[in-house]
Design a protein around this ligand. Sequence first.
Ligand SMILES: *Cc1c(COP(=O)(O)O)cnc(C)c1O
Length: 391
Amino acid sequence: MIPTLLPTYSRAPMSFVKGEGAWLVEADGRRFLDLGAGIAVNALGHAHPALVAALTAQAGALWHTSNLYQIPKQQELADKLTTHSFADTVFFTNSGTEACELAVKMARKYWYDKGQPEKTDILTFSGSFHGRSSAGIAAAGSEKMTKGFGPLLPGFVHLEFGDHEALTAAITETTGAILIEPVQGEGGIRPVPDQCLKGLRDLCDEHGLLLIFDEVQCGVGRTGKLFAHEWAGIAPDIMMVAKGIGGGFPIGAVLATEEAASGMTLGTHGSTYGGNPLGCAVGCAVLDHVADPAFLDGVNRKAGLLRQKLEGLVASHPDIFESVRGSGLMLGVKCKASNADIVQAGYDQQVLTVPAADNVIRLLPPLTIDESEIAEAVERLDAAARQLSAA
Ligand SMILES: *Cc1c(COP(=O)(O)O)cnc(C)c1O
């Protein structure tokens, strides 16, 4: 008999009833150090007082009115996001994959309105992840996500990650945009080197293409800049954001330049919930913290410490681990043993990590994790590795 919960997930047996900063607590009081942060979502950790205050204040006043009316918190969050980014305008969604839907629609409409409706193709890369909607799976194109779900949305050209020649050769008169994660998340924490992001910007400028960044996982302070592409000193035309911006409340956004968004005129897009007062109140509170340069300095300092400790961990368990990669507090450890077994051994040691493709375990702790918790986390991973070696 089918479970009452549609069985698309294989869930670990833990069941958490409470969160405190970087910790998750089970009903019996067992405490787990959370290096997954709800898959890069709980940017300020669990039950951050400022987020609890923002959400409860809004919840006591007004939950939802729809986009038929002004939503002051939505305006406030759009103003904050544009102040702190390349963007001139923002549309709010409820998730990352809905942001992908809009990014694709925006690119198509841009070219349609320019009188070049043939420029519908978007170049994407192997190992990418853009969510589970029809556009998201078609954009990523992996068999794992698309098999059985055809016919897929047309208009995506899939290229090998890192193959520069294939990329240049793939640009034709039907190409309209390039879509890429500055740091691949699900694909195994694979950063696009800064000079390659610059190269992509140059290529787009040269051919008049739109550059779309998916910063759903790598954005909002995760890499130690507010947005990951800032490290490369360039900017996209369109950017997808979600995960961290809500700190655990479901909200996403598409940020764009005035030019790139020019096709999205009155009535061309909408969402009942998107930009709802609860999500935007929390989003404002998240951004107030994360956009603070002192906060980002702290992320970079802690990232350096975690990375250094992970290098030590890898060196002392060459049978289990291979190497460390990533950016900021978006780190991946490439494994020799099975990543699933390491994640499981971590559960036994009460430390949570997240598996990714390419036999990697992902470490995406709350950006608020402190130095002693980082030390404790790596000790627990060390215990997990010893447990596996002994097995
Ligand atoms: C998680 C993720 C998405 C999808 O976000 P959802 O909120 O799950 O729809 C899209 N792109 C990237 C890079 C992601 O990590």
